[in-house]
Design a protein around this ligand. Structure first.
Ligand code: ATP
Length: 477
């Protein structure tokens, strides 16, 4: 039978799993201050606190977005001064960047500004400096935009910190730092330092690096207690991943304390992937008189998806049904979702025994391991990806034509999680190709969930008899 208490089952299961570590090599192009550090690989537990969950998800998104996520949605711009002309650029040349930076941009393979960059870059590079709050989903070019803005504003002749960027976690700070290093590859006079845990400097040390990226606690220490950075000399302040930042109350307070130490004329820039009320309230406190740029997420729809359900008595029958589907239709790539790591592990082992080449995304894996698995799956090295929901949030499944809900998505109260259902199987208009979704039902409870989903989307989900091979063949046409 399906597990009725999601939380309990997951709890029990997670507590028995050990963490796995992976060695990461991080390269640095610009000289940096870095004490020997260990990249700590926090295991990603499916029921771990929201904060870690959000930070890990952001990191995973950063790692898997190796190219731009394009959207057809229009950018919405709210100018602080609606009377001033609105500039947007279609080429990097129009920005009159320093040659060293233009080379860096092209060397990264960027041919033209992304949608958000078209509007954000002219605002960020304007004289006098303008404040900006920008929101767009992961992978749309926010980090690259503010990296370029910071590098542009630096005066390399001045050997003190001029640009300050804060990120919610150690790993996110390193990830963003890598982008700055890459972009500044041909501009060696500009140096970058990391204000992160483990990077110990003596009180009163005068930092010569023009750009500092770090976490709020360490940055605050460096600015106040240790007097390593003079906050009054900061001309650009970037607050990245604001939605993740505010999930930790301490970070919110520290960010505000840092911001209060900066001079009034300092340019304040804030970025976030989402924009719920709490983020907005925080943004308004940290960024006075802002311009605002928003890029809506592409809407997902179920219109082009054929949805079915299969009735089974238990998980073994679900497995048999799955094998029947595989036996009857050709599936290029499929994603299979399970509630728990244990089911996911069991299923991937069973599928492997049947001769399938299976990838498993599991909760005990580090973010780096998960990014590597997603990359292999994207390259088609494995044809089946078995995963729990938490581990797979944010993965673009456009290339996957078949999605199997081995367990239906439910929230912590045991109700249908419609949003997750849509995200698992939905398609954006742009990728409007047809898809197939099969839901495995093995209890009254899961039937009830299915009914809730049908009702929510006002779409009937048809029954499929997986013992009838002709019927299965029909659904693939
Ligand atoms: N103008 C561009 N042209 C081509 N690729 C770009 C451009 N800008 C950014 N990219 C690439 O697109 C990917 C996503 O960009 P970036 O990391 O800046 O997005 P983001 O919105 O900051 O995402 P996240 O919120 O996850 O950090 C990266 O691989 C980056 O190198």
């Amino acid at each position: 039978m399906a597990t009725n208490s999601w939380a309990l089952a997951v709890d029990k299961q997670e507590s028995t799993t050990d963490s796995v570590s992976l060695n990461i090599s991080v390269y640095f192009n610009l000289p940096i201050i870095m004490s020997p550090f260990s990249y700590y690989n926090r295991p990603f537990t499916c029921h771990s606190c929201l904060v870690e969950d959000k930070a890990a998800q952001s990191l995973l998104n950063k790692m898997i977005h190796t190219s731009l996520v394009n959207t057809t949605n229009q950018v919405e711009v709210l100018q602080r001064d609606p009377k001033s002309p609105l500039y947007s650029v279609k080429t990097f040349e129009e920005l009159r960047l320093k040659d060293e930076l233009l080379r860096g941009v092209y060397d990264m393979g960027f041919n033209r500004p992304s949608k958000i960059q078209e509007n954000a870059l002219p605002m960020m590079l304007a004289e006098p400096p303008q404040n900006l709050i920008a929101q767009s989903q992961s992978g749309t070019g926010k980090t690259a935009a503010f990296a370029l803005a910071m590098l542009s504003h630096v005066d390399p002749a001045n050997k003190w910190t001029q640009c300050l960027c804060i990120a919610p976690t150690y790993e996110l700070a390193l990830q963003t730092g890598k982008v700055i290093e890459q972009m500044g590859k041909f501009y060696p006079e500009v140096k970058l330092a990391y204000a992160i845990r483990g990077n110990k400097l003596d009180r009163g040390t005068k930092l010569q690096e023009q750009i500092v990226i770090g976490t709020p606690g360490t940055v605050l220490d460096w600015c106040s207690k240790l007097k390593i950075i003079d906050p009054k000399k900061i001309s650009v302040f970037v607050l990245d991943e604001a939605d993740v930042m505010i999930a930790t109350q301490g970070h919110q307070d520290q960010s505000i304390r840092i911001q209060r130490m900066l001079p009034n004329e300092c340019q304040m820039l804030l970025f976030s992937a989402t924009f719920e009320d709490s983020v907005w309230k925080f943004a308004e406190r940290v960024v006075p008189d802002p311009n605002i740029i928003k890029l809506k997420r592409e809407e997902e729809t179920l219109d082009t998806i054929k949805q079915y359900y299969v009735l089974c008595n238990d998980k073994d029958e679900k497995f048999t049904a799955l094998c029947n589907i595989y036996g009857a239709i050709t599936i290029a790539q499929a994603m299979i979702f399970c509630h728990t790591r244990r089911t996911a592990g069991w299923l991937s082992a069973e599928l492997t025994k049947e001769g399938h080449v299976v990838a498993l995304l599991s909760g005990e894996m580090t973010v780096e391991q998960r990014a590597a698995i997603i990359e292999r799956f994207r390259e088609g090295k494995e044809k089946v990806l078995v995963t729990t929901n938490v581990c797979s949030r944010g993965i673009d499944v456009e290339q996957v034509s078949v999605v199997i809900n081995f367990d239906l998505p439910i929230d912590k109260d045991g109700n249908a999680d419609n949003e997750t259902y849509l995200h698992r199987i939905g398609r954006t208009g742009r990728f409007g190709k047809r898809g197939l979704a099969v839901n495995m039902i093995d209890s009254k409870h899961s039937m009830n969930i299915l009914n809730q989903i049908e009702e929510h989307f006002n779409k009937k989900i048809n029954k499929l008899d997986t013992d009838d091979l002709d019927e299965i063949e029909k659904i693939s046409n």
